[in-house]
Design a protein around this ligand. Structure first.
Ligand SMILES: CC(C)(COP(=O)(O)OP(=O)(O)OC[C@H]1O[C@@H](n2cnc3c(N)ncnc32)[C@H](O)[C@@H]1OP(=O)(O)O)[C@@H](O)C(=O)NCCC(=O)NCCS
Length: 179
């Protein structure tokens, strides 16, 4: 089943397709504000948006999933370290639990590492991301700029030791927050 999943980077003209995937994926998610697609559109207008880290998953040519990493930073004492923020990750309901999300996460990690990025952070479902090696953010001296339950805040090193010495507060791209 997993072998029939194709992963590709966003191309010009994909915005409406991505909106559709994201809206369908989050439609019945109780904690969703159903505005995830609007965040993507805001971010697309910023320097933080890298089309090569906006990936679509297709099965039989049908778009069924999407993942986005955008540039963010950890701002510490006299040091600004680039990181990536993962959000959102979306698989349409009819194609969930077939490994699409797993392939999207793996592919985006690979591409981000190849581009020289060092880490990825997120606020998400704890039980899902731990399987990919995400660790609780509280293991690091890194704080989010807003309140969030500790178990939902996670970070991943794209290579071992990437976060050594990194400390400070996360600064998201303009457009990441809804206000
Ligand atoms: C969460 C989501 C991205 C997972 O994608 P997916 O393609 O269905 O997941 P995968 O097939 O890669 O799952 C692999 C494993 O992760 C675990 N898993 C899957 N969905 C999970 C969930 N919602 N919570 C916890 N663990 C989950 C399971 O162990 C699964 O293996 P199994 O199917 O053999 O039991 C998808 O369900 C989705 O889009 N949900 C709605 C939007 C959302 O909540 N996005 C994430 C916000 S942080």
């Amino acid at each position: 089943m997993a072998s029939s999943i194709t992963i590709r980077a966003e191309r010009p003209g994909d915005a409406a397709t991505i909106t559709d995937i994201v809206r369908r994926a989050y439609a019945d998610v109780p904690y969703s504000d159903h505005r995830e697609h609007l965040m993507i559109d805001r971010l697309r207008e910023t320097d933080a948006y890298l089309p090569s880290l906006s990936l679509l998953a297709e099965i039989g040519g049908e778009p069924v999933g999407h993942i986005l990493l955008t540039k963010a930073a950890v701002v510490g004492d006299g040091r600004v370290v680039t990181t990536l923020a993962l959000a959102p990750l979306s698989v349409v309901p009819e194609f969930q639990r077939r490994g699409v999300g797993t392939q999207l996460v793996g592919a985006v990690h690979e591409r981000a590492a190849a581009l020289g990025f060092e880490s990825v952070l997120l606020v998400g479902i704890p039980n899902y991301y731990a399987q990919f090696g995400y660790e609780p953010l509280r293991c690091y001296p890194i704080a989010l700029p807003f309140e969030a339950p500790a178990e939902n805040c996670m970070i991943f090193e794209l290579w071992p030791g990437a976060l050594d010495g990194v400390a400070g507060r996360v600064r998201y791209a303009d457009g990441w927050l809804d206000h």
